[in-house]
Design a binder for this molecule. Structure first.
Ligand code: GRF
Length: 208
């Protein structure tokens, strides 16, 4: 059984995709042990509670120093004894101590085809605004391992989505979620649960 900690900050539609696929027996041998948010008002927390999943909030604002926050954050995650941390619509900076202690055991869903439209400042609608401004004809989503950088870890899965005439950032975000994010995030978790994801020289190989 692959045990997850899912980290969220907002609406939690990617979390919902994981919950739904687990409950529909489409995502097998996976259990969400805890949902952690930096935002106590995140609807993602409500989604967790509606499905009987433990929910925690933690914010660096509640600690005197970043180090004390990082220590408390790591202790919180460790207490759930999870195998994989999933960043799903998570705007939290993941402290280095967690990235180091959970090397190649943290994945993130990013709403573009990395290396386009990613890195510092590219999150949420901003990603789609940049894609529309550049005039790209396809965009999509990427699931990648989290390393010390921002959206720089080894890429696990990607899925492309066509941009259509008249798209606004909001319309495009929804299409990327529906047609890409909500599909490849559960798919990546399933591959990891089946031990089919191998990282060599910072490149991901999916075993048959
Ligand atoms: C999504 O576009 C996701 O790719 C990005 O945050 C947005 C909201 O995600 N990381 P969610 O609805 O909170 O899962």
């Amino acid at each position: 059984m692959l045990k997850l900690a899912v980290m969220v900050s907002g609406g939690g539609t990617n979390l919902q995709a994981l919950i739904d696929q687990i409950e529909q027996n489409k995502l097998l041998d996976v259990k969400i042990e805890v949902v952690i948010s930096n935002n106590k008002n995140a609807y993602a927390i409500e989604r967790a509670k509606l499905h009987g999943i433990a929910a925690e909030t933690i914010s660096k604002k509640d600690y005197e120093t970043f180090d004390k926050f990082s220590e408390a954050f790591l202790k919180m995650v460790d207490s759930y004894k999870v195998d994989l941390i999933v960043l799903a619509g998570c705007l939290m900076i993941i402290p280095e101590n967690i990235v180091v202690n959970y090397k190649n055991r943290i994945i993130n869903i990013h709403p573009s085809l990395i290396p386009s439209f990613c890195g510092d400042g590219f999150y949420g609608l901003k990603v789609h605004e940049a894609a529309l401004a550049r005039g790209v004809k396809i965009t999509g989503a990427t699931v990648h391992f989290v390393d010390e950088g921002t959206d720089t870890g080894p890429i696990i899965l990607q899925k492309s989505v066509a941009i259509e005439e008249g798209d606004t950032a909001e319309i495009l975000q929804r299409r990327v979620m529906e047609q890409a994010e909500w599909e490849i995030l559960p798919e990546a978790v399933q591959l990891i649960a089946e031990n089919r994801v191998v990282v060599e020289n910072n490149l991901v190989h999916i075993k048959k």
